[in-house]
Design a protein. Structure first.
Length: 122
């Protein structure tokens, strides 16, 4: 991510809405998501500190957060809608956009919307 030398951003925040097939496995598979999200963080140059995941039960989705030295990655899934809301905030040299391919591939995305917010500019 490129910033103005005189006014560098403190971080970049990727907001990613992912749509896939309704009731497709990735929207249920929290254990695999935990592995994929940590891998995506490392690919982006981030350092994983810890993670916390919660599954809402049989036939339901999950929510999770991977806490990074550079901030966090979080997700909430709706299998019945084929939707995942992903939030990736990173500071320093980590680049949240480098997580996109891994996350889109994991959810077998049919479509997605993304936005990157620059955080901490004066």
């Amino acid at each position: 991510m490129h910033d103005d030398e005189d006014n560098p951003a403190l971080g970049h925040h990727l907001i990613l809405d992912i749509w896939g097939k309704v009731n497709n496995t990735p929207f249920f598979n929290m254990d695999r998501a935990a592995i994929i999200f940590e891998s995506a963080a490392k690919e982006a140059g981030a350092t994983v500190i810890t993670a916390n995941w919660h599954h809402f039960g049989e036939g339901m989705g999950y929510t999770g957060v991977v806490v990074l030295a550079e901030s966090h990655i979080s997700v909430h899934t709706w299998p019945e809608k084929g939707f995942a809301a992903v939030d990736v905030f990173m500071c320093g040299n980590a680049d949240p956009t480098l997580t996109m391919k891994t996350l889109l591939d994991f959810f077998e995305a049919i479509s997605y919307k993304s936005a990157v917010l620059t955080r901490g500019l004066k």
